[in-house]
Design a protein around this ligand. Structure first.
Ligand code: NAP
Length: 419
């Protein structure tokens, strides 16, 4: 039943199981992987309890006891601060590093005092350079558009660069003044009362993100990869992202990928058999396209800021902002997480929708190669919503729905796995 691990983390014994290994950025999953989890603050407690029951039920049903998850609690946020006097204990980081794949509920961002966002810290420490957000419709979810089912995209958002790199100086600071002077020496002018932010976009950062997006498309039978950028204006950052993306596709995937330009120039508009298409769209146009021609897009690779906006816009389009899953993925670590916050006013009331963590866990199962369990969760969650058995947030928008508590919603999903 797996190796015994002597080391304790945060004073806790590691359950019997085995480590997930990473080879060339891919997870190799044993039958009993040790998966660290952070239950999260506020509503995280209710959500985690409910979600874990769903994961265990799906794995049990899919593999009949041959596979199981050795859950290992690690601490961050308020619970960590109360118990260990640290918002993000060193042992938590070490455990995630050691076991590679983790899942977390929402965490409070401590306000003030020079404490960084815990989510941002985790992304930086483990170089989780892909923010992955699948967006698809679950029938029955109230949506603001006429045909929400036409949108089914997976967004790969670069997670470490762009204006999110945190290189920013306030107006009036010596650093801003120095930078303005430097820019002036290049013959350009910045108003003296300007705050200044730097937008780095590298070839390395862009290409490793696009590589992952293409690999995902190839492995999951997706038809297109679309590079989304604002290169018409920001030529050397956003425009370069597009160029580096195409270059990588041509250099590393020429046997499997063809550019949209070549499809028209060399193949009379017909995609060669077995190939996927790589194309690009300017960001503002893309916001129109996902509304007007959603079924033309499948995998989207984009820079950090575009990805941030586009992920939420797409999730809103399918009505699923409250149940949107997410993951932050690097070459030797992946953390799956709720995309909403801690919703503190509902903490411990057993009312909140656990869908975001449940679907993030389903993504995690897919990442581990346990697609049967992932499929069970997707289908059962879909059935539960179609039967109008939902938590308060969806119930208030659906006619004739039954309002369930967090725990009851999880039970309904588990019951519907057998349906
Ligand atoms: P929030 O926690 O996402 O909650 C805002 C509102 O969204 C809630 O009041 C609720 O709306 C709705 N909502 C959120 N999650 C829901 C769920 N699972 N089911 C149903 N409804 C849900 O945003 P916030 O109030 O701005 O942030 C609170 C804390 O969370 C802050 O400390 C923030 O830093 C942190 N945060 C963490 C993460 C993360 O860990 N990934 C992300 C964002 C924010 P109604 O009141 O209308 O029902």
């Amino acid at each position: 039943m797996g190796q015994v691990i002597e080391k304790r983390y945060n004073g806790l014994e590691v359950p019997a199981g085995e480590k997930v290994k990473f080879v060339d950025g891919r997870a190799l999953c044993p039958d009993t992987p040790i998966i660290p989890f952070i239950e999260g603050d506020g509503t995280g407690r209710d959500i985690w309890r409910a979600s874990k029951r769903v994961f265990d039920a799906a794995v049990q049903k899919a593999y009949g006891g041959k596979r199981s998850i050795a859950w290992f609690e690690v601490f961050a946020g308020e619970k960590a601060n109360e118990n260990f006097g640290s918002w993000l204990p060193e042992d938590t980081l070490e455990a995630i590093k050691e076991f590679g794949v983790a899942i977390k509920g929402p965490l409070t961002t401590p306000v003030g005092g020079g404490i960084r966002s815990l989510n941002v810290t985790l992304r930086q420490v483990f170089d989780l350079y892909c923010c992955v957000r699948p967006v698809r419709y679950f029938a029955g979810v109230p949506s603001p558009v006429v045909a929400p089912e036409k949108l089914d995209v997976v967004i790969y958002r670069e997670n470490t660069e762009d204006v999110y790199a945190g290189i920013e100086y306030p107006a009036g600071s010596p650093e801003a003044a120095k930078l303005a002077d430097l820019i002036e020496s290049f013959g350009r002018k910045i108003r003296p009362d300007s705050g200044i932010g730097i937008k780095p976009v590298s070839k390395f950062g862009s290409q490793r993100l696009v590589r992952r997006a293409i690999q995902y498309a190839l492995e999951h039978g997706r038809r297109t990869v679309t590079l989304v950028h604002k290169g018409n204006i920001q030529k050397f950052t956003e425009g370069a992202f597009r160029d580096w993306g195409y270059q990588l596709a041509a250099e590393e995937f020429s046997a499997q990928v063809v550019s949209e330009e070549k499809v028209w120039a060399e193949h009379d508009g017909k995609v060669p058999q077995g190939k996927i298409v790589i194309n690009d769209r300017i960001a503002d146009s893309m916001f129109q396209q996902v509304l007007t021609r959603p079924d033309e897009y499948s995998v989207i690779a984009t820079t950090n800021l575009n990805g941030d906006y586009l992920s939420d816009a797409c999730a809103a389009q399918v009505g699923g902002l409250g149940i949107a899953p997410g993951a932050n993925i690097g070459d030797s670590c992946a953390i799956f997480e709720a995309t909403h916050g801690t919703a503190p006013k509902y903490a411990d009331k057993d009312v909140i929708n656990p869908g975001s963590v449940i679907l993030s866990g389903a993504m995690m199962l897919e990442f581990l190669g346990w697609t049967e369990a992932r499929e069970l969760i997707h289908r059962a969650l879909g059935t539960t919503i179609q039967k109008k058995q939902v938590t308060y947030d969806l119930e208030r928008l659906m006619k004739g729905a039954t309002k369930l508590k967090t725990s009851e919603f999880a039970s309904a999903i588990i019951d519907n796995m057998s349906a």
